[in-house]
Write a protein that binds this ligand. Structure first.
Ligand SMILES: Cc1cc2nc3c(=O)[nH]c(=O)nc-3n(C[C@H](O)[C@H](O)[C@H](O)COP(=O)(O)O)c2cc1C
Length: 189
């Protein structure tokens, strides 16, 4: 099973990355093949709503997103990871998501499913500084809808509140164990 992890945090060795590394450890231990992408290292332009993809299901912008379309199509499981910025995912993640409009067009306008027979599962991983009750709500809605466009069924989230300072996540061994278990479950599912 191939699991693709898209990390939308721009902070290297940040809290999302630390959490994701534990998830990967768990999934690898359970035998999964993992590919991780740091979205901040990819040059992705925002969607310009040109409508090109409505006719072809393909985005006309030739940039690093073209590699990600292929990577996502080749995944059995997809993990979208992003810290919360202003009650949603980071700009890096949102630019990626908006460019998934080409996959939305492919699916809903052209009726082409990437793999119609076996439902693929997708997940959200997130961290935030505060303890707000509804802090993850907006991001979850965004990610659910994006996963659907990419032809994945949303199957749950790993969410950690109250981490802000870079590296604070490393001081939460119980959350890291929860991430390992989450990874094992994804690989076994
Ligand atoms: C631009 C920006 C916006 C943020 N907005 C929120 C927010 O709305 N709510 C919150 O709880 N934390 C917010 N945070 C804090 C981050 O979610 C937090 O620092 C997180 O641990 C960063 O994860 P990272 O180390 O993986 O980048 C924000 C941080 C930045 C830089």
């Amino acid at each position: 099973m191939k699991i693709v992890v898209l990390n939308g945090s721009p902070r290297k060795n940040g809290n999302t990355e630390i959490l994701v590394n534990s998830l990967i450890e768990g999934a690898r231990g359970a035998g999964a093949e993992i590919e991780v992408v740091r979205l901040a290292e990819y040059a992705i332009q925002p969607c310009v709503a040109c409508g090109g993809c409505e006719k072809t299901g393909r985005c006309v912008i030739e940039d690093d997103m073209q590699k990600l379309y292929e990577l996502v199509d080749g995944a059995d499981r997809l993990v979208i990871a992003s810290p919360i910025y202003f009650y949603n995912v980071t700009a890096q993640t949102k630019i990626f998501i908006d460019r998934c409009q080409a996959m939305w067009s492919r699916k809903y306008l052209l009726g082409k499913h990437r793999r119609g027979d076996v439902p693929r599962k997708g997940y959200f991983v997130s961290v935030c500084a505060t303890q707000g009750e509804r802090i993850f709500d907006g991001a979850i809605l965004t990610v659910k809808y994006a996963l659907d466009a990419m032809d994945f069924v949303y199957d749950g989230a790993l969410l950690v509140k109250g981490v802000d300072r870079k590296g604070a996540m490393a001081e939460k061994p119980e959350e890291l164990e929860r991430a390992r278990e989450f990874g094992r479950q994804i690989a076994a599912d």
